[in-house]
Ligand binder design. Structure first.
Ligand SMILES: [Cu+2]
Length: 428
Protein backbone atom coordinates (compact mmCIF):
# COMPACT_ATOMS: atom_id res chain seq x y z
CA UNK A 1 0.00 0.00 0.00
CA UNK A 2 1.48 3.37 -0.87
CA UNK A 3 2.60 5.34 2.11
CA UNK A 4 0.54 8.39 2.75
CA UNK A 5 2.36 11.67 2.37
CA UNK A 6 0.88 14.30 4.61
CA UNK A 7 0.28 17.70 3.19
CA UNK A 8 3.19 19.46 4.79
CA UNK A 9 5.65 17.33 2.85
CA UNK A 10 4.40 18.35 -0.54
CA UNK A 11 6.82 20.60 -2.33
CA UNK A 12 9.89 19.97 -0.21
CA UNK A 13 13.29 19.40 -1.77
CA UNK A 14 13.84 15.86 -2.87
CA UNK A 15 16.82 13.82 -3.88
CA UNK A 16 20.18 13.47 -2.24
CA UNK A 17 21.02 17.16 -2.16
CA UNK A 18 22.63 17.21 1.26
CA UNK A 19 22.12 20.89 1.92
CA UNK A 20 18.46 20.77 1.06
CA UNK A 21 17.96 17.57 2.96
CA UNK A 22 19.60 19.05 6.05
CA UNK A 23 17.47 22.11 5.62
CA UNK A 24 14.39 19.94 5.56
CA UNK A 25 15.49 18.07 8.63
CA UNK A 26 16.08 21.22 10.54
CA UNK A 27 13.23 23.38 9.51
CA UNK A 28 11.28 21.52 6.96
CA UNK A 29 7.70 22.18 6.42
CA UNK A 30 6.06 24.04 3.63
CA UNK A 31 4.57 26.89 5.60
CA UNK A 32 4.48 30.56 4.74
CA UNK A 33 7.15 32.43 6.63
CA UNK A 34 6.97 36.09 7.49
CA UNK A 35 9.85 36.85 5.17
CA UNK A 36 7.64 35.66 2.33
CA UNK A 37 5.23 38.45 3.05
CA UNK A 38 7.81 41.17 2.77
CA UNK A 39 9.27 39.99 -0.54
CA UNK A 40 8.82 42.30 -3.45
CA UNK A 41 6.73 40.06 -5.62
CA UNK A 42 2.98 40.44 -5.68
CA UNK A 43 2.04 36.95 -4.72
CA UNK A 44 0.27 37.20 -1.39
CA UNK A 45 -0.39 33.89 0.20
CA UNK A 46 -3.12 32.47 2.27
CA UNK A 47 -5.36 34.62 4.36
CA UNK A 48 -3.61 37.92 3.78
CA UNK A 49 -4.96 40.55 1.44
CA UNK A 50 -2.86 42.26 -1.21
CA UNK A 51 -1.29 45.37 0.23
CA UNK A 52 -0.83 43.74 3.61
CA UNK A 53 2.71 42.58 3.16
CA UNK A 54 4.62 45.84 3.12
CA UNK A 55 7.94 46.06 4.78
CA UNK A 56 7.71 48.64 7.44
CA UNK A 57 10.28 50.19 9.65
CA UNK A 58 8.26 49.84 12.80
CA UNK A 59 6.02 52.87 12.52
CA UNK A 60 5.84 54.31 15.96
CA UNK A 61 8.18 51.58 17.14
CA UNK A 62 11.47 53.17 16.17
CA UNK A 63 12.76 52.84 19.71
CA UNK A 64 13.42 49.22 18.84
CA UNK A 65 16.35 50.41 16.77
CA UNK A 66 17.83 51.65 19.99
CA UNK A 67 18.05 48.07 21.17
CA UNK A 68 20.79 47.46 18.65
CA UNK A 69 18.62 45.65 16.18
CA UNK A 70 19.90 47.82 13.34
CA UNK A 71 17.24 48.64 10.84
CA UNK A 72 14.71 45.95 11.48
CA UNK A 73 12.17 45.17 8.85
CA UNK A 74 9.32 43.16 10.17
CA UNK A 75 5.92 42.18 9.00
CA UNK A 76 3.45 44.92 9.81
CA UNK A 77 1.28 44.27 12.83
CA UNK A 78 -2.22 45.13 11.65
CA UNK A 79 -4.16 47.71 13.66
CA UNK A 80 -1.10 48.41 15.74
CA UNK A 81 -1.86 50.44 18.87
CA UNK A 82 0.34 52.13 21.46
CA UNK A 83 1.53 49.44 23.82
CA UNK A 84 1.54 49.32 27.58
CA UNK A 85 4.23 46.66 27.75
CA UNK A 86 6.84 45.15 25.48
CA UNK A 87 8.49 41.74 25.61
CA UNK A 88 11.39 40.83 23.34
CA UNK A 89 12.33 37.26 22.87
CA UNK A 90 15.16 35.95 20.71
CA UNK A 91 15.70 32.32 19.77
CA UNK A 92 18.77 30.56 21.08
CA UNK A 93 19.92 26.97 21.40
CA UNK A 94 22.73 25.68 23.55
CA UNK A 95 23.84 22.80 25.68
CA UNK A 96 23.04 23.98 29.19
CA UNK A 97 23.48 22.46 32.61
CA UNK A 98 20.22 21.35 34.20
CA UNK A 99 20.39 20.94 37.98
CA UNK A 100 19.53 17.60 39.56
CA UNK A 101 17.44 17.66 42.77
CA UNK A 102 19.14 20.60 44.51
CA UNK A 103 21.64 23.40 44.02
CA UNK A 104 24.67 21.44 45.19
CA UNK A 105 26.18 21.41 41.70
CA UNK A 106 24.98 18.04 40.50
CA UNK A 107 23.72 18.64 36.96
CA UNK A 108 23.32 17.22 33.49
CA UNK A 109 24.29 18.86 30.21
CA UNK A 110 21.34 18.82 27.81
CA UNK A 111 20.67 20.62 24.55
CA UNK A 112 17.89 23.17 25.00
CA UNK A 113 16.21 25.44 22.50
CA UNK A 114 14.56 28.49 23.92
CA UNK A 115 13.77 32.17 24.06
CA UNK A 116 16.15 34.61 25.70
CA UNK A 117 14.90 37.94 27.04
CA UNK A 118 16.59 40.76 25.16
CA UNK A 119 16.27 42.93 28.27
CA UNK A 120 17.53 40.18 30.58
CA UNK A 121 20.33 37.68 30.88
CA UNK A 122 22.39 36.46 27.92
CA UNK A 123 22.18 33.02 29.44
CA UNK A 124 19.60 30.64 28.04
CA UNK A 125 17.30 29.82 30.94
CA UNK A 126 15.02 26.84 31.16
CA UNK A 127 12.12 27.33 31.43
CA UNK A 128 12.53 30.57 29.47
CA UNK A 129 12.12 33.94 31.24
CA UNK A 130 8.62 34.60 32.54
CA UNK A 131 6.50 37.23 30.80
CA UNK A 132 4.53 39.06 33.43
CA UNK A 133 1.91 41.69 32.61
CA UNK A 134 -0.94 43.55 34.28
CA UNK A 135 -4.57 42.83 33.56
CA UNK A 136 -5.89 45.18 30.87
CA UNK A 137 -2.55 46.05 29.33
CA UNK A 138 -1.99 46.14 25.57
CA UNK A 139 0.94 43.84 25.02
CA UNK A 140 3.51 43.79 22.25
CA UNK A 141 5.50 40.59 22.18
CA UNK A 142 8.32 40.89 19.68
CA UNK A 143 9.97 37.68 18.57
CA UNK A 144 13.12 37.70 16.48
CA UNK A 145 13.90 34.16 15.29
CA UNK A 146 17.22 32.59 14.40
CA UNK A 147 18.36 29.15 13.28
CA UNK A 148 15.30 28.89 11.12
CA UNK A 149 11.76 30.06 11.60
CA UNK A 150 9.88 29.99 14.88
CA UNK A 151 6.76 31.56 16.38
CA UNK A 152 5.43 32.60 19.76
CA UNK A 153 2.00 31.33 20.70
CA UNK A 154 0.69 32.96 23.87
CA UNK A 155 -1.27 29.94 24.97
CA UNK A 156 -4.75 30.64 26.26
CA UNK A 157 -4.66 34.38 25.55
CA UNK A 158 -7.11 34.24 22.67
CA UNK A 159 -5.29 36.58 20.30
CA UNK A 160 -6.60 37.37 16.82
CA UNK A 161 -5.47 34.77 14.24
CA UNK A 162 -2.54 36.78 12.88
CA UNK A 163 -1.33 37.42 16.41
CA UNK A 164 -1.82 33.87 17.58
CA UNK A 165 1.55 32.51 16.45
CA UNK A 166 0.33 29.08 15.37
CA UNK A 167 2.66 28.32 12.49
CA UNK A 168 0.53 25.80 10.72
CA UNK A 169 -2.53 28.02 10.85
CA UNK A 170 -1.05 31.40 9.97
CA UNK A 171 2.66 31.90 9.38
CA UNK A 172 6.08 31.40 10.87
CA UNK A 173 8.63 34.09 11.59
CA UNK A 174 11.76 34.69 9.54
CA UNK A 175 14.01 37.71 9.12
CA UNK A 176 13.53 40.26 11.87
CA UNK A 177 10.37 38.66 13.12
CA UNK A 178 7.06 40.08 14.10
CA UNK A 179 5.40 41.99 16.92
CA UNK A 180 2.45 40.04 18.28
CA UNK A 181 -0.22 42.28 19.75
CA UNK A 182 -2.87 41.23 22.24
CA UNK A 183 -4.78 42.46 25.26
CA UNK A 184 -3.97 40.88 28.63
CA UNK A 185 -7.61 40.40 29.48
CA UNK A 186 -7.98 37.69 32.08
CA UNK A 187 -5.64 37.47 35.07
CA UNK A 188 -4.11 34.04 35.51
CA UNK A 189 -1.44 31.55 34.57
CA UNK A 190 -0.51 30.95 30.93
CA UNK A 191 2.46 29.79 28.93
CA UNK A 192 4.09 31.09 25.80
CA UNK A 193 5.75 28.66 23.43
CA UNK A 194 7.01 28.18 19.91
CA UNK A 195 4.36 26.70 17.67
CA UNK A 196 6.53 25.62 14.73
CA UNK A 197 7.00 21.86 14.42
CA UNK A 198 5.49 22.16 17.84
CA UNK A 199 5.95 18.72 19.27
CA UNK A 200 9.71 19.02 18.81
CA UNK A 201 10.26 22.70 19.60
CA UNK A 202 8.14 22.54 22.75
CA UNK A 203 9.96 19.42 23.90
CA UNK A 204 13.32 21.09 23.28
CA UNK A 205 12.41 23.87 25.66
CA UNK A 206 10.91 26.75 23.69
CA UNK A 207 8.49 27.88 26.38
CA UNK A 208 8.11 30.01 29.47
CA UNK A 209 5.44 31.16 31.89
CA UNK A 210 3.13 34.02 30.99
CA UNK A 211 1.39 35.48 34.04
CA UNK A 212 -1.25 38.18 34.01
CA UNK A 213 -1.53 39.87 37.40
CA UNK A 214 -4.52 41.83 38.65
CA UNK A 215 -3.61 45.37 39.71
CA UNK A 216 -2.99 45.87 43.40
CA UNK A 217 -5.95 47.37 45.26
CA UNK A 218 -5.73 51.03 46.33
CA UNK A 219 -3.54 51.56 49.37
CA UNK A 220 -1.39 48.49 48.76
CA UNK A 221 2.36 48.86 48.89
CA UNK A 222 2.71 46.46 45.94
CA UNK A 223 2.61 47.29 42.26
CA UNK A 224 1.73 44.84 39.52
CA UNK A 225 3.29 43.03 37.79
CA UNK A 226 4.63 41.27 40.86
CA UNK A 227 7.98 39.58 41.24
CA UNK A 228 8.17 35.83 40.65
CA UNK A 229 7.95 34.14 44.04
CA UNK A 230 5.70 36.74 45.65
CA UNK A 231 4.28 38.68 47.31
CA UNK A 232 1.42 39.73 45.07
CA UNK A 233 -2.29 39.62 44.44
CA UNK A 234 -4.34 36.95 42.73
CA UNK A 235 -8.03 36.96 41.87
CA UNK A 236 -10.27 34.73 43.96
CA UNK A 237 -13.78 35.05 42.56
CA UNK A 238 -14.18 38.81 42.10
CA UNK A 239 -11.70 39.87 44.76
CA UNK A 240 -7.94 40.32 44.73
CA UNK A 241 -6.37 38.22 47.49
CA UNK A 242 -2.91 39.04 48.76
CA UNK A 243 -0.47 36.13 48.84
CA UNK A 244 2.88 36.12 50.56
CA UNK A 245 4.66 33.36 48.68
CA UNK A 246 4.25 32.09 45.12
CA UNK A 247 5.32 28.63 43.97
CA UNK A 248 5.85 28.16 40.23
CA UNK A 249 5.74 24.48 39.39
CA UNK A 250 6.23 23.73 35.72
CA UNK A 251 6.15 19.98 35.12
CA UNK A 252 8.11 18.63 32.18
CA UNK A 253 9.63 15.43 30.82
CA UNK A 254 12.48 14.83 28.38
CA UNK A 255 13.21 12.01 26.01
CA UNK A 256 16.93 12.68 25.78
CA UNK A 257 17.12 11.23 22.26
CA UNK A 258 15.06 14.17 21.08
CA UNK A 259 17.62 16.54 22.61
CA UNK A 260 20.57 15.07 20.76
CA UNK A 261 21.13 16.53 17.33
CA UNK A 262 24.82 15.87 17.15
CA UNK A 263 25.64 13.88 14.07
CA UNK A 264 27.42 10.61 14.69
CA UNK A 265 27.46 8.72 11.42
CA UNK A 266 26.35 11.73 9.45
CA UNK A 267 22.71 11.24 10.28
CA UNK A 268 21.02 13.68 12.57
CA UNK A 269 19.77 11.76 15.52
CA UNK A 270 16.57 13.38 16.43
CA UNK A 271 13.45 13.45 14.50
CA UNK A 272 12.95 16.52 12.42
CA UNK A 273 11.26 14.13 10.04
CA UNK A 274 8.28 14.43 12.34
CA UNK A 275 7.66 10.75 12.68
CA UNK A 276 7.17 9.93 9.05
CA UNK A 277 9.41 7.91 6.82
CA UNK A 278 9.81 10.75 4.40
CA UNK A 279 11.33 10.43 0.94
CA UNK A 280 14.01 12.99 1.76
CA UNK A 281 15.55 11.35 4.75
CA UNK A 282 16.67 7.77 5.04
CA UNK A 283 15.34 5.96 8.05
CA UNK A 284 18.06 5.62 10.61
CA UNK A 285 19.33 2.04 10.65
CA UNK A 286 18.83 1.88 14.39
CA UNK A 287 15.31 2.97 15.33
CA UNK A 288 16.25 2.92 19.01
CA UNK A 289 18.73 5.68 18.34
CA UNK A 290 16.56 7.63 15.97
CA UNK A 291 13.06 7.69 17.34
CA UNK A 292 11.77 10.53 15.17
CA UNK A 293 8.70 12.16 16.58
CA UNK A 294 6.33 9.25 16.72
CA UNK A 295 8.08 7.76 19.72
CA UNK A 296 8.33 9.62 22.96
CA UNK A 297 9.76 7.66 25.84
CA UNK A 298 10.65 10.16 28.53
CA UNK A 299 13.64 9.39 30.73
CA UNK A 300 13.99 12.67 32.61
CA UNK A 301 11.28 14.18 34.83
CA UNK A 302 11.49 17.79 35.90
CA UNK A 303 9.84 20.51 37.93
CA UNK A 304 10.65 24.06 36.83
CA UNK A 305 13.91 23.15 35.15
CA UNK A 306 15.23 20.79 37.85
CA UNK A 307 15.58 17.07 37.20
CA UNK A 308 14.15 14.64 39.75
CA UNK A 309 16.69 11.84 40.12
CA UNK A 310 14.50 8.74 39.86
CA UNK A 311 16.50 6.94 42.56
CA UNK A 312 15.55 9.71 44.99
CA UNK A 313 13.11 12.08 43.29
CA UNK A 314 12.89 14.72 46.03
CA UNK A 315 13.64 18.18 44.63
CA UNK A 316 14.76 20.73 47.20
CA UNK A 317 16.20 23.27 44.74
CA UNK A 318 15.10 26.80 45.76
CA UNK A 319 13.55 27.38 42.31
CA UNK A 320 11.06 24.64 43.15
CA UNK A 321 10.67 24.04 46.88
CA UNK A 322 8.43 26.54 48.64
CA UNK A 323 9.36 28.17 51.96
CA UNK A 324 6.68 30.02 53.92
CA UNK A 325 5.93 31.23 57.41
CA UNK A 326 3.09 30.02 59.60
CA UNK A 327 -0.08 31.83 58.62
CA UNK A 328 1.18 32.86 55.19
CA UNK A 329 -1.05 32.68 52.15
CA UNK A 330 0.72 30.63 49.50
CA UNK A 331 -0.20 30.65 45.82
CA UNK A 332 0.81 27.61 43.77
CA UNK A 333 0.74 27.87 39.99
CA UNK A 334 0.96 24.37 38.54
CA UNK A 335 1.57 23.94 34.81
CA UNK A 336 1.89 20.72 32.85
CA UNK A 337 4.48 21.30 30.12
CA UNK A 338 5.16 17.56 29.76
CA UNK A 339 3.67 15.10 27.31
CA UNK A 340 2.42 12.89 30.12
CA UNK A 341 -0.69 13.12 32.23
CA UNK A 342 0.59 14.45 35.51
CA UNK A 343 -1.04 13.55 38.79
CA UNK A 344 -0.27 16.03 41.57
CA UNK A 345 -0.96 15.08 45.18
CA UNK A 346 -0.77 17.54 48.08
CA UNK A 347 -0.89 16.68 51.79
CA UNK A 348 -4.46 17.12 53.01
CA UNK A 349 -3.17 19.22 55.94
CA UNK A 350 -2.34 21.99 53.48
CA UNK A 351 -6.05 22.29 52.74
CA UNK A 352 -5.43 23.57 49.21
CA UNK A 353 -8.15 25.51 47.46
CA UNK A 354 -8.41 25.52 43.64
CA UNK A 355 -9.15 29.06 42.50
CA UNK A 356 -8.35 29.16 38.80
CA UNK A 357 -7.96 26.86 35.81
CA UNK A 358 -6.28 27.63 32.50
CA UNK A 359 -6.29 31.38 33.04
CA UNK A 360 -9.93 31.48 34.06
CA UNK A 361 -10.81 32.50 37.62
CA UNK A 362 -13.39 30.13 39.09
CA UNK A 363 -16.41 32.27 39.85
CA UNK A 364 -14.74 35.23 38.20
CA UNK A 365 -16.06 37.46 35.48
CA UNK A 366 -18.20 35.47 33.06
CA UNK A 367 -18.21 32.40 35.28
CA UNK A 368 -20.10 33.61 38.30
CA UNK A 369 -23.22 31.53 37.85
CA UNK A 370 -21.71 28.04 37.68
CA UNK A 371 -18.07 28.03 38.78
CA UNK A 372 -16.60 28.55 42.22
CA UNK A 373 -13.39 27.84 44.10
CA UNK A 374 -13.32 24.45 45.79
CA UNK A 375 -11.22 22.52 48.26
CA UNK A 376 -8.86 19.97 46.74
CA UNK A 377 -9.98 17.61 49.51
CA UNK A 378 -13.18 17.15 47.50
CA UNK A 379 -10.98 15.37 44.94
CA UNK A 380 -8.95 13.37 47.44
CA UNK A 381 -6.17 16.00 47.47
CA UNK A 382 -5.06 14.99 43.95
CA UNK A 383 -5.63 16.31 40.48
CA UNK A 384 -4.48 15.48 36.97
CA UNK A 385 -3.28 17.89 34.34
CA UNK A 386 -2.83 17.08 30.68
CA UNK A 387 -0.38 18.90 28.45
CA UNK A 388 -0.57 22.71 28.75
CA UNK A 389 -3.22 22.67 31.51
CA UNK A 390 -2.75 25.07 34.43
CA UNK A 391 -4.35 25.16 37.86
CA UNK A 392 -3.82 27.81 40.51
CA UNK A 393 -4.20 26.80 44.16
CA UNK A 394 -4.21 28.81 47.36
CA UNK A 395 -2.99 27.61 50.73
CA UNK A 396 -4.70 29.74 53.34
CA UNK A 397 -3.08 29.90 56.77
CA UNK A 398 -0.32 27.45 55.92
CA UNK A 399 0.27 25.17 58.95
CA UNK A 400 3.75 24.54 60.34
CA UNK A 401 5.47 21.48 58.94
CA UNK A 402 7.49 20.00 56.12
CA UNK A 403 4.95 18.97 53.56
CA UNK A 404 5.80 16.71 50.65
CA UNK A 405 4.09 17.16 47.31
CA UNK A 406 4.20 14.35 44.75
CA UNK A 407 3.95 14.40 40.98
CA UNK A 408 3.41 11.25 38.96
CA UNK A 409 4.12 11.44 35.24
CA UNK A 410 1.70 8.99 33.67
CA UNK A 411 1.70 7.69 30.11
CA UNK A 412 -0.74 9.76 28.08
CA UNK A 413 -2.68 6.70 26.91
CA UNK A 414 -2.08 3.82 29.31
CA UNK A 415 -1.81 5.90 32.48
CA UNK A 416 1.24 3.87 33.55
CA UNK A 417 3.52 5.81 35.91
CA UNK A 418 6.70 6.61 33.95
CA UNK A 419 8.38 8.86 36.48
CA UNK A 420 7.96 10.60 39.82
CA UNK A 421 9.04 13.92 41.26
CA UNK A 422 8.56 15.24 44.75
CA UNK A 423 9.13 18.60 46.32
CA UNK A 424 8.48 20.38 49.60
CA UNK A 425 6.36 23.10 51.06
CA UNK A 426 8.17 24.01 54.28
CA UNK A 427 6.27 26.19 56.74
CA UNK A 428 8.17 27.47 59.79
CU1 LIG B 1 10.62 27.00 17.37
Amino acid sequence: MPREIIHRDVGLPAGDDVENTDSFRQFGCDMPESIDFVDDDEDVRGLFRPGFKFRHDLDGEDDLEGYGWGDPTVLRTPDVKPRDRLFLREMDHRDIFIPINDDSGRREEIEIWGFTDYFGSDELEFPNPTMRAVQGELIHSYHRPSHGPHTIHHHGIGASPINDGVGHITFELEGDGYIYQFRAKDPGTYIYHCHRNTVLHFELGMYGLLIIDPPAPPGSNLTAPYADGGPGYVMRRSDPVRYDVEGLWVLDDFDLRWHDDRADDGVLNHGHGAGIECPFEPWHPDPEENPHLHRFEPNRFLITGVIADQRDPLITHPKVAVDARVGDTVLLRVVNASYTRTKITLPSALNAEVISMDGKVLGGEGHTSYAYPFSLSEMGDSFELTTAQRWDLLLHDAPAGTWEVEVEYRHWISGKVLGVARTLVTVT
